[in-house]
Ligand binder design. Structure first.
Ligand SMILES: C[S@@+](CC[C@H](N)C(=O)[O-])C[C@H]1O[C@@H](n2cnc3c(N)ncnc32)[C@H](O)[C@@H]1O
Length: 435
């Protein structure tokens, strides 16, 4: 049984499901709130946190097993006081609107429901919140989490937000959940996330008491008002604003800038290069129905050669028994971004042109690692010169490489943009200052 803790809090934070510590950069260097401890299951990511946060205690392993150690660490370090903030971003690959009916009927018939165990990782997360009772918590996830049903600690189906609310409201929390797009807060890429914030400071709860349904479409008092976008005075930060001045690269001829090892890209094969070379800004190579030889506008959706002159069309094809056919796939793949908008959502596959919207607007390549660092805001004006993100060597790499490109692209693809996190946390600090 968890009881309401009355001890004071200390202005420190901790993260759970910390990834490579990307979101934590916004807390520690964006808001000067030390990240006392992080917890992450993947050794490569845990090692990356250690490199960039030498003062942070990194709990490496499964949170189901580590939760008590994590709690003990805070209690010992803070001498029984409570942390000010805990951030959590359980993995989102498993989130979907799993049918409550299906989970309930499996449980009723005595069968363990088919479920994605990752969705249940919120449960040890909630247990940590129950024990540490930070003044604030920030839970980040994909927007589908709003409708995700899990098997709760009593083996009953329950919506994740309802479970959070049921367990934490009795401990004094008021909780609010909104969908935010970080590009509306100055982040130069689109990233729509469900951000759930809980607070248990009595003075804050006077004006923002607990509510039945924590989700609302309307921006809550716990969430910062958007700063960028049509209604907010500032245009969103475009790709051109963010990376327009970086040196040119080419995915066949120039794979790395001689002055910056992070400004590097993967090589394309000749086919990928041919398809993309003829693809205009904002378009997909699948749209290339106009013949580059005779300029005829082909109309057959599946055409791979010009219907008039027979010349090969620069469209993504596969050769099967000597015959070319259009690659099956989403028409968002082999697509270039646009200079005048924020980048598309950065994913783990930011270096793969066959993935969603990965092409540079007008050079023949994907975005470089440096560009991804800038767009993620990890590189945000190098955080007042106090912090500069560094990669680590990990896994299979060339002897000459100093860091794993794959690891950095992956952790950024799963992260909370540090600038977005800093905006969230600064808002909480401002709310307290108004008291
Ligand atoms: C969405 S990512 C978190 C990203 C992080 N907030 C950031 O900004 O970089 C979720 C992380 O949870 C980790 N994870 C998954 N299962 C876990 C478990 N059982 N225990 C601890 N961490 C786990 C994953 O390896 C992944 O790095």
């Amino acid at each position: 049984m968890n009881t309401f803790r009355t001890t004071r809090s200390v202005r420190v934070s901790g993260s759970l499901f910390s990834g490579g510590g990307v979101g934590d950069v916004g807390v520690e260097w964006g808001c000067a709130i030390p990240v006392l401890a992080a917890a992450e299951i993947l050794p490569s990511r845990a090692q990356l946190i250690r490199k960039n946060f030498p003062a942070t205690e990194v709990f490496e392993g499964d949170i189901w097993e580590l939760q008590q150690e994590y709690i003990n660490f805070f209690n010992k370090e803070l001498n029984g006081k409570r942390p000010w903030l805990i951030t959590l971003s359980p993995p989102c690959q498993g989130m979907s609107a799993n049918g409550a009916g299906r989970i309930s009927s499996s449980i009723r018939s005595g069968v363990r429901p088919r479920e994605d165990e990752r969705n249940r990782l919120i449960l040890p997360g909630i247990s940590v919140l129950e024990k540490l009772q930070p003044d604030w918590f920030i839970l980040e996830n994909v927007r589908r989490m709003q409708n995700t049903i899990i098997r709760n600690e009593h083996d009953k189906p329950e919506n994740i937000l309802a479970c959070l609310s049921r367990r934490l409201t009795p401990l004094g929390y008021s909780i609010r959940s909104n969908v935010l797009n970080f590009s509306s807060y100055g982040v130069p890429h689109h990233r729509e996330r469900l951000i759930t914030i809980g607070c248990r400071i009595p003075e804050v709860l006077e004006s923002c008491p607990p509510v039945g349904d924590v989700f609302s479409k309307q921006i809550s008092p716990f969430h910062p008002v958007a700063t960028h976008g049509e209604k907010n005075g500032h245009a969103p930060v475009s790709l051109s604003d963010a990376i327009g001045r970086l040196p040119q690269l080419d995915s066949l001829g120039l794979l790395q800038d001689s002055k910056d090892p992070y400004h590097c890209i993967p090589r394309w094969n000749e086919n990928q290069y041919f398809w993309m070379k003829h693809t205009p800004e904002g378009k997909s190579a699948f749209d290339n129905l106009s013949c580059i030889q005779c300029k005829h506008n082909n109309e057959q959706e599946e055409s791979v050669a010009c219907e008039k002159c027979g010349h090969t069309l620069p469209r993504p094809v596969l050769l099967n028994k000597g015959k070319a056919r259009l690659i099956k796939g989403f028409r968002t793949s082999y697509r270039r971004m646009r200079w005048d908008s924020p980048a598309s959502t950065l994913t783990m596959n930011s270096g793969v042109i066959s993935s969603d919207m990965k092409g540079h607007p007008d050079q023949n390549r994907v975005l470089s690692l440096r560009e991804i660092l800038i767009l993620s805001t990890l590189d945000h004006a190098l955080w007042n010169k106090k912090f500069s993100f560094e990669g680590i060597r990990y896994g299979r790499m060339k002897e000459s490489d100093n860091f794993s490109i794959k690891l950095i692209r992956e952790v950024i693809g799963e992260s909370i943009p540090p600038l977005g996190m800093a905006q969230l946390v600064k808002h909480l600090i401002a709310l307290e200052e108004q008291l």
